[in-house]
Design a protein around this ligand. Sequence first.
Ligand code: TYM
Length: 334
Amino acid sequence: MRIFSGIQPTGRKHLGNFIGAIVQYVAGQEQEGESIYCVVDLHATTVAYEPGVLRERLYDTTAILIAAGLDPERSILFRQSDVREHSELAWLLSSVTSWGDLNRMHQFKDKAGAQRDLVSAGLFTYPVLMAADVLAYRATTVPVGDDQRQHIELMRDIAARFNARYGDVLVVPEGVYPEVGARIMDLQEPTRKMSTTGGTEEGTVYVLDEPKAIEKKFKRAVTDSGSEIRAGADKPGVTNLLEILAAARGTSVADAETSMAGARGYGDLKGATAEAVVELLTPVRERYEALRADEGELERILGRGAEKASAITADVLTDVRAVMGVGCPPAARR
Ligand code: TYM
């Protein structure tokens, strides 16, 4: 098994990123094989952004990942733009990517609608770069949250079309989604996913929030009519709280429901969920400060990660160039 996943260095990382993805990254280190995690700064340039802020967020995200338990000795942790093969492979794969498929991507439509000045071609081809990220490593397994499903399906189609045209050079990867917490919803608008771009400030719990802020956000969480604490399509607010409670405790939603059997109402559910989330995030916040303060060390970690990553992608790209008939033929190389 070779695990690969990516995370954008944009905004502040929230509970959705943490439960949907970061917890899985850390667990992936226990699997046999390699785990490779990438902070995708090139993807972050596809919407309006400030170059200086991007660098800050890159360090923030890297420090959060390490604080959460990602061990750069056991995993490969690196910055996307440091490994040039990602960009090259994205171009090469664009020739086996259907324009119509790209045009059907929900995330493109959502993000394009939110742009004020420019809807960039980069935003449109974003999923091709994402496919290149994974396929450049012949990764087998891609842990992500539910919102990435469509991108993962497209990545699989791209790999399959490449192999059908040029021979079996790439691995068709599988997406893996957490059983609990694959789609954490906004606490104020529980029918929308928690997100730094599309969500509400009050309904978004950040990984680095202080316990008091976390408690306040849960206390004000929007719930549903009735008073029964159970998950169901008619109860989006309560279901979201139960999902968060279960994910934070590492149990099933059914267990979370059972644990609330003696509760007096939604207030108890909010309190229990806030407590579990504070317990989950406090050690991360505490470790974060020291890690974030040492940018030199973060650069050293990312640099070592990029070296290890490049050793893998160089081989894959040699094969891809050869079968596509681009560049110097392998036999002519001395
Ligand atoms: P990004 O940076 O938006 O999010 C990082 C991860 O967090 C997950 N996530 C959520 N999970 C549950 N509930 C939520 N509300 C929630 N919000 C976000 C995302 O599913 C993701 O796993 N395109 C990717 C980054 C990427 C990538 C890759 C991922 C680039 N290349 C290659 C995998 C493989 C993205 O924007 O994630």
